[in-house]
Design a protein around this ligand. Sequence first.
Ligand code: ADP
Length: 448
Amino acid sequence: MKKSVKLKITLWITGLVALLTVVLVSMALFISNYVATETIMERMESVVRGNIKHIQATDTTPVIDEEFLYYQNGISTLVYSRNGSLLAGQLPVNFKTAADFENGIIRTVESGDNKFIVLDMWLPYNLETGFWIRGISDVPDMDYLARYLLMVSAITLPVFTLLAALGSWLIIRKSFRPLDRINATAKAINEAKDLSGRINLTEGDDEFSHLADNFDDMLSRLESSFEAEKQFTADASHELRTPVAVIKSACEYGRKYDETAEEHAETLAVIGRQADKMSALINQLLSMTRMEQGTEKFTFEQLNLSETVKDFCAEADWEKYNIKVFCDEKVAVKADKALLQRLLYNLVENAVKYGREDGEISVSVTEKDNSAVLTVKDEGEGIPAEHIEKIWNRFYQADPSRNNDSSGAGLGLSIVQQIARLHGGFMTVESTVGKGSAFSLHLPLIRE
Ligand code: ADP
């Protein structure tokens, strides 16, 4: 709590509001003081000038008419002789000083504890004689105003500060709620080591709620890849364990019960087949991992897909199968030849495995909408719709019983898809149950 961002922001806003209130009150005090002094000075000038009109200088005593205002609006006007003796008017009670006369200058004069505003004006009769007119006023009582303002601010300052603190705390707390939930979710996941927790923030459309949504998406992805990883490890070890178990029991059986050379040869054949299966599986696992981790070096070069496919199908391995090849003249793509051959091998092997006996297998290469399309088609059983999405998953087999004797473990198509993606392409499949399947690789075409 001590280091909480919420607390820091709240304290900052509260402090700022308190400071602002103090500054505003001081400014109000200063401005009202200034305005009050200015007002009294203006009034002083107009009163003293006004009175001058009602006084006439002579060589002895001034003649003052009835309209002369000795006291108006808090301003006392007095008449002095040239040497400073009071001729007319009454001094304010606390004005006990004999201030020097200064013609036309408004100034503040101190008298004991009191301050006065004073304006003198010289009313000449001739060069030698004349009279002083003096206006005196109290300095406006700012203490009263200051007391009043301080009293008001003594009430408003805590109220405003409290409101600022409360308001900012509530807003910040509400805004930070998603963060608290993210925190709690992360902690729960960490403690329970279970990735299924989600923040599930439904309300709000601010940065934090977007963060919460992204966090949830990230958790979903982490969870699914973690699950996939777990599944992969379980499947891989299961697939490896099965042939090992078969080999072990075949050895034991052979040792105990095989008597003739034929029986020995049969047991060895079983062991050999299982070893082949293991070896194929290990190779597939290795190449998948290498492709995934990018540790295998590939040489992507421009090649003619048609030529690669024709060469591949002409290999002796496939002679015994009824493979028809239809290729456009020249279909240029950028690819790693070995990877393409591996992809082709997996597709043609599947067409052989799952195709109809004596059925035709066709391999074609065409150009279609700026893409190079390689299709391997068989006349087999086809793939039921409910399996079609999943056949690309690792270790997925639509019908494992059909694969008993072969070396496959459901990795072939996921390797095919991985190879397609490595080339910036993708795979599609069309299949009709009872009629056959067609697997197509789509690659970006290179135009010369
Ligand atoms: P495997 O062949 O080792 O089982 P694959 O990944 O190559 O693994 O294929 C996954 C599954 O997809 C197969 O088990 C099979 O059910 C289905 N499949 C693949 N190719 C074909 C095909 N040409 N015809 C019918 N089903 C197929």
